[in-house]
Design a protein around this ligand. Structure first.
Ligand SMILES: [Mg+2]
Length: 253
């Protein structure tokens, strides 16, 4: 029995500043039926508070505790320690709130998230620290970000640079790895088969569910298409065009 819905954000619940049609009503229905709804995002450069505010601005019911970012998941996964980071302020903030201490000297962890201000100095510093023994952590492995102009480098591209300079592979917290999903399940106090992961990407969301043993629903509102699905070795439990169809499947109505 499904007790909780794990909902992806970008491409699933919204596109930029616009809610996907039916998302607000779906979330309301889920809650009114007594199920939990947790928004799980790979993005580490916006705080849970900011995400929550923007969801509320789209009329999507949300409290701060209903959001799990990859920055928060990193903070919970790592045992308390000192960190150096590449990324934006909300990443550092989430790590500090999770009991970790920022430092430039001999950190336990180098935590790397999407950083639009990445430069050689930051890459050099991170390389030296990882080579000196700091654990190499990536919030999410997304290689590209989609913009109106096309694809631009995402955090995965920054991680690839550091892998080249250190010879080390990062521990990835975000989807499609299972860590962020395991942390979500622990927060909700449910087992994998009591959750349904809903997302728009086969390679990110469906694979994360597969890796964590959580059933998935692919919603065709974002990056993946039916054509992609035909070409994929990975299949979700459900494929739906929109939230209306998903609601009908979940609640048999
Ligand atoms: Mg998405």
């Amino acid at each position: 029995m499904i007790k909780s819905i794990l909902l992806d954000l970008d491409g699933t619940v919204y596109h930029g500043t616009d809610a996907v049609p039916g998302a607000a009503g779906f979330v309301r229905r889920v809650r009114s039926e007594g199920l939990d709804c947790l928004f799980v995002t790979n993005r580490a450069n916006r705080s849970a508070q900011t995400v929550c505010q923007s969801l509320c601005g789209m009329d999507i019911e949300c409290e701060v505790g209903d959001v799990l970012t990859s920055a928060q998941a990193a903070a919970r996964h790592l045992s308390p320690g000192k960190f150096f980071y590449i990324g934006e302020e909300p990443l550092s903030q989430a790590l500090i709130e999770g009991g970790h201490t920022p430092t430039e000297e001999a950190p336990d962890y180098v935590v790397v998230g999407y950083d639009p201000f990445i430069n050689y100095e930051k890459l050099a510093k991170a390389t030296l620290l990882i080579r000196a023994g700091a654990q190499f952590i990536g919030t999410n492995p997304d290689k590209v970000l989609f913009t109106e102009k096309g694809f631009i480098p995402g955090n995965g591209a920054i991680l690839a640079a550091l892998t080249a300079s250190t010879g080390m592979e990062p521990v990835i917290i975000g989807k499609p790895e299972r860590l962020i999903i395991d942390i979500a399940l622990r927060q909700l106090k449910i087992s994998p088969n009591e959750a349904l992961l809903v997302g728009d990407s086969i390679e990110t969301d469906v694979r994360a569910g597969h890796n964590a043993g959580v059933p998935t629903a692919l919603i065709l509102t974002g990056v993946s298409s039916r054509q992609d699905l035909e070409n994929s070795d990975l299949q979700p439990q459900w494929v739906v065009d929109d939230f209306e169809e998903l609601e009908a499947l979940i609640f048999n109505s």
